[in-house]
Design a binder for this molecule. Structure first.
Ligand code: ADP
Ligand code: MG
Length: 243
């Protein structure tokens, strides 16, 4: 699995500076969380990594492979090999669980029998082995989110990008989903960038966290560092510690 390096990434929408010279390094196999209030640029960062958004300046590299260098390199999203899960489940309602997960493999022209084997494998991985023939409306929210995750993992991604994947789940399910996702990520070792505005979620799941405020880095550190030694008042306020 490659590491991920963002260098001086910048993005504006009109007058609104959304990312300002963002520098980040996510280590190979790490569970790295972008944490910050709504509107601080988390999703813009994630979609830039996936290639769904074009930054104005800066570079993005997966290992030593540059996938974005403003004005020079811009590798298409489908060639960046990221598995992406968004906040809304975005599973196709008219396709069975099996066909949802098989879809990215079909796009990549994986043959029928290899496809079926891989779908079985990845549905087992997310503990939905017996659910292949069901349709999304026959599943709970948490199960639908696992289908989306299975689809993101079907063609083994170099990077897993998760944008507030639990925010549509109720509190109890959300807590279970955290533990479950974290165990799965450790087991498969995929480098993961996780986006949340929920401090508890970030603190309980991450190897390291970056706290963002209006497109700028406030602090990067382990959950312990962020919680016990916040860099400034913004971080202290946001993670709910009192100095
Ligand atoms: P977050 O995910 O942290 O809530 P976003 O990355 O979605 O933040 O948005 C950061 C800022 O960029 C917000 O002010 C938002 O309004 C703005 N923004 C995001 N996407 C667009 C867009 N397509 N056009 C204009 N402004 C946008
Ligand atoms: Mg967002």
């Amino acid at each position: 699995m490659p590491d991920l390096t963002l260098t001086s990434l910048a993005k504006r929408f009109g007058e609104n500076t959304v990312l300002e010279n963002l520098d980040l390094h996510v280590r190979d196999g790490e569970f790295f969380t972008l944490l910050g209030p709504s509107g601080c640029g988390k999703s813009t960062t994630l979609t830039s990594i996936a290639g769904l958004h074009t930054p104005d300046r800066g570079t993005i590299a997966f290992g030593d492979r540059v996938v974005f260098d403003a004005g020079r390199v811009d590798v298409a999203p489908e060639r960046r090999n990221c598995g992406v899960v968004f906040q809304s489940y975005a599973v196709w309602p008219h396709l069975s669980v099996h066909d949802n997960v098989a879809y990215p493999l079909k796009l990549r022209r994986v043959g029928r029998s290899a496809r079926a084997a891989r779908v079985r494998e990845v549905l087992d991985l997310v503990e939905l082995g017996p659910y292949g023939k069901r349709y999304p409306h026959e599943l709970s929210g948490g199960q639908q989110q696992r289908v989306a995750l299975a689809r993101a993992l079907a063609h083994p991604p170099d990077l897993l990008l998760l944008d507030e994947p639990f925010s549509n789940l109720d509190a109890k399910l959300r807590e279970r989903a955290r533990d479950w996702l974290r165990r799965l990520q450790r087991r498969i070792g995929v480098t993961t960038v996780f986006v949340t505005h929920d401090q508890d979620e970030a603190l309980s799941m991450s190897d390291r966290i970056v706290v963002l405020d209006a497109g700028r880095v406030r602090q990067i550190g382990t959950p312990e560092e962020i919680y016990h030694a916040p860099a400034d008042e913004f971080v202290a306020d946001f993670v709910g510690t009192v100095n």
